[in-house]
Design a protein around this ligand. Structure first.
Ligand SMILES: [Mg+2]
Length: 294
């Protein structure tokens, strides 16, 4: 990707509400060095594209097809009812949180009741309308290079998610722990993900636990939903740059997004602007080693 192309993308699709504030945060994060930085990223419609070949990209929940179509239809009905509520600008947050818990609870129950199997999930992913934004691979590669060159003791990706439990026949039998939904995925949720990371182990040896993440007090947060801003709740951060992908209802939501996020990307933008941003905030001050103790 050439410089000029990156700039062209960012200019065409980016809205920055307060350039001075953004510049200050960038400088503070750059001065502290990459060892202090953590990137917190939402998955659906943030890493993935909102539109895929003219069709709405599917969410990780939405792509699941069970062998029993009756249950797919039931979950579809839930989506049609709850999805507009999820993005409604007028529902107070407590009420919305309760609605989202209700939705996730019902959807998970249908997956279990309908007997979704591990193989159904594999097949669903293969058939899904899902694509990562251009530049996602480059973003992850950049962060991985930083990790390898500077801070070897950190594992660099932690997944916060709902975890499925399957029986010996590969049937879904339960979801583990507290349900994580669109409005409660945050730094507290990472503790729930810990057992899986322990199990997978890291390429650098034994896991360093989640404390390492909590020592990284400068944050770059990427999301497509106002609720994604809560992903850094529970972390006592020093500086936080937030990037919002505004995928839909642009006219109605731009003002709110512009106030809530430091940078707003429009038009299902690729990830190049974020690659540019992360390169910038990691460009100097990389004295290294400052925070390499895990
Ligand atoms: Mg999302």
């Amino acid at each position: 990707m050439e410089e000029t192309e990156i700039s062209r993308f960012s200019e065409a699709m980016v809205v920055i509400g307060n350039p001075q504030s953004l510049a200050n945060k960038k400088a503070a994060i750059r001065d502290a060095g990459p060892g202090k930085l953590q990137v917190i990223v939402d998955f659906d419609a943030t890493l993935t594209r909102y539109w895929v070949n003219g069709l709405r990209g599917q969410s990780s929940h939405g792509l699941l097809q069970q062998s029993n179509p009756e249950f797919d239809a039931k979950r579809r009905q839930l989506f049609e009812y709850y999805h507009p509520l999820e993005f409604s600008p007028t529902i107070p947050i407590e009420e919305k949180t309760a609605l989202m818990e209700e939705w996730w609870g019902k959807a998970h129950a249908l997956l279990i009741e309908g007997g979704v199997a591990y193989n159904d999930i594999k097949k669903s992913v293969a058939n899904a309308t899902l694509e990562f934004r251009d530049g996602v691979v480059e973003l992850f590669s950049f962060l991985e290079v930083l990790r390898q060159k500077l801070y070897k003791s950190f594992k660099n990706v932690k997944i916060v998610s709902n975890w499925m439990t399957f029986d010996n026949d590969g049937r879904l039998v339960s979801f583990r722990g507290k349900t994580i939904h669109v409005l409660n995925k945050n730094e507290h949720a990472i503790d729930m993900a810990a057992p899986l990371h322990d199990q997978l182990g890291g390429i650098d040896g034994p896991t360093d636990g989640n404390d390492s993440v909590k020592k990284r007090t400068n944050v770059l947060l990427l999301g497509d939903h106002l609720g994604d801003l809560g992903m850094s709740d529970g972390l006592n951060y020093e500086n936080r740059i937030t990037v919002g992908f505004l995928n839909d209802n642009v006219e109605k939501s731009l003002e709110i997004y512009q106030k809530a996020f430091d940078v707003v990307f429009l038009n299902d933008a690729p990830m190049w602007g974020v690659v540019e941003l992360v390169t910038e905030i990691c460009s100097t001050g990389a004295a290294g080693g400052k925070d390499s103790s895990a």
